[in-house]
Write a protein that binds this ligand. Structure first.
Ligand code: HEC
Ligand code: HEC
Length: 172
């Protein structure tokens, strides 16, 4: 069922579907549980998650996707925008209180250590997917982030900053 959109090896089929290849196992499990309990809502994924009724199936699916080779991002063609995004990724915007993404998502966009279930891999994800997540965190549409960590950051970012940081992150 999942491969119809997330691909056989976790490389997704469309720009609004996230890649799951190499995402942390416990992060995948937690997100699916959040869709099931409507802590995170999406018209497509909520229905898909509801279909996974056996907790062992969920563990197995997550382990499978986590074991797949991560998707390498394609650097954006807009060099100027990418450079702006890179600066935000590594330095944040201290005046506005935006923490650098690298603090939590790592120097390579690959989150933290392998056992963590909090900080996801964000490198190489399709731009459209990343943009939707940032805007959903900003508007409060997505609120399943532990301690409101992402909402607090996205709310302090301008549209231009979000576009720039995504241009960079998607290409990592
Ligand atoms: C019809 C297409 C479709 C199918 C089939 C599908 N998904 Fe999804 N999936 C999506 C979309 C779209 C999103 C992004 C939704 C959003 O913005 O929250 C998503 C998001 C996710 C996420 C969140 C990833 C992240 O990085 O936060 C996980 C985990 C996930 N899907 C797992 C699954 C699993 C497991 C299955 C099979 C049981 C599945 N999906 C089936 C379309 C699909
Ligand atoms: C203080 C730590 C922290 C910082 C700094 C941070 N994030 Fe996050 N981010 C998180 C956490 C925690 C999550 C997981 C949210 C959840 O569990 O739903 C997350 C999730 C995300 C997601 C959704 C990934 C997915 O597929 O579900 C994106 C995109 C993202 N962050 C981008 C960024 C960007 C861009 C920056 C810098 C502007 C940034 N983050 C800075 C903690 C942080």
């Amino acid at each position: 069922m999942c491969q119809g959109c997330h691909g056989e090896t976790g490389m997704s089929m469309a720009p609004n579907f996230p890649h799951l290849a190499g995402q942390y196992q416990r992060y995948i499990e937690r997100q699916v549980r959040d869709y099931q309990t409507a802590k995170r809502a999406d018209p497509i994924m909520s229905g898909m998650a509801a279909g996974v009724t056996d907790p062992q199936d969920l563990k197995d699916i997550a382990a499978y996707y986590a074991s797949q080779k991560r998707v390498i991002g394609k650097p954006g063609s807009d060099k100027n925008l990418t450079a702006k995004g890179r600066k935000i990724y590594f330095e944040g915007n201290m005046e506005a209180g935006v923490y650098a993404c690298s603090n939590c998502h790592g120097e390579k966009g690959d989150g933290k250590d392998a056992k963590n279930n909090v900080f996801p891999v964000i490198s190489g994800q399709p731009k459209e997917y990343l943009l939707k997540q940032m805007n959903d965190f900003k508007t409060g549409e997505r609120r399943n982030d532990p301690a409101g960590m992402m909402g607090a950051i996205a709310k302090k970012m301008t549209e231009a900053e979000i576009n720039a940081v995504i241009e960079f992150t998607s290409g990592m």
